[in-house]
Design a protein around this ligand. Structure first.
Ligand code: FE2
Length: 287
């Protein structure tokens, strides 16, 4: 077993995003533009009563967005007519591919809204594929009981279970993990994959180093990681295969070259962004 250690830590930067929303951003800041194949990680946060706040209509091309809700509900609508609610514990893995134009708006309620949005890059050969959604309701996520922890598994394999997110080229692992008792646990991580941990309202110790809540711990390579904390300490562990291709990026467009970005902006400006419209394929449940 080759244990992973902490390569670097990134404290989230709190900033406004969308309309009236606050995000705590780690990957995707100016200092950490990407962590191949990850392009952005936001912990979304909307205090209760922020009526009308959200992410109104905007495009994406060339990558995937993963939404994992902790509290509150988000309504998703796109220009192809797809619509759905993502509630506490639900996940959506959206492959924007050649293009999606959508809105992500919190459903007004007394509850605060919290969740994660992770952007995952697509390899060059997949950047212009048809859009695709995988919507997974909370009760469809396997709950894996390990030695000292319980993990809700969105993607990848853990102790013989497999998360429902499938057919993603970069072989992601994504789990929401809680310590079931105070102490140290050991989790497997795919050798050679980029991996990080992020505490949810929890201070942790990762490979012997304290990691505060709302801080991204990027791991060195290896096939396992040791995490210590109090009973109930909670975090996400995410890993995926790096892509190793050049990245050209402008806002919600992530391609390989400046010329492709220019072409995308041209498509957007002259109204041909969604021209080759093919109905988005769907899998998983819809609420
Ligand atoms: Fe979006």
């Amino acid at each position: 077993m080759k244990q992973r250690h902490i390569k670097n830590m990134i404290a989230a930067q709190t900033q406004p995003e969308g309309r009236g929303m606050t995000v705590h951003r780690t990957i995707g800041m100016r200092s950490v533009t990407e962590l191949d194949p990850f392009l952005l990680l936001d912990e979304m946060d909307m205090p209760k009563g922020a009526a009308g706040a959200g992410f109104p209509e905007h495009p994406h091309r060339g990558f995937e967005t993963v939404t994992y809700m902790l509290e509150g509900q988000m309504e998703h609508r796109d220009q192809a007519g797809n619509r759905g609610l993502i509630g506490p514990g639900d996940a959506q893995w959206m492959t924007a591919g050649r293009g999606i134009v959508h809105s992500e708006m919190p459903v007004a309620s007394k509850e605060p809204l919290r969740g994660f949005q992770l952007w995952v890059n697509l390899p060059a050969a997949q950047k212009m594929i048809a859009p695709r959604y995988q919507d997974i309701a909370a009760d469809q996520l396997p709950l894996v009981q390990g030695d000292g922890y319980a993990a809700k598994l969105l993607a990848g394999d853990l102790l013989g279970e497999t998360g429902p997110i499938s057919e993603v080229k970069i072989q992601p692992f994504f789990a929401d993990i809680r310590l079931t008792k105070e102490g140290t646990i050991t989790l497997p991580v795919q050798l050679g994959h980029t991996a990080f941990l992020y505490g949810i309202d929890s201070d942790l110790t990762v490979a012997g180093i304290p990691v505060s809540s709302r801080t991204l711990a990027v791991l060195t390579d290896g096939d396992s990681v040791q995490i210590s904390g109090k009973k109930g300490a909670r975090f996400i562990l995410v890993s995926a295969q790096p892509i190793g291709e050049p990245i050209a990026r402008m806002g919600p467009f992530v391609m390989n070259t400046r010329a492709e970005i220019k072409a995308t902006v041209r498509d957007w400006n002259n109204g041909t962004f969604l021209k080759q419209k093919i109905p988005a394929s769907r899998s998983g449940s819809r609420r």
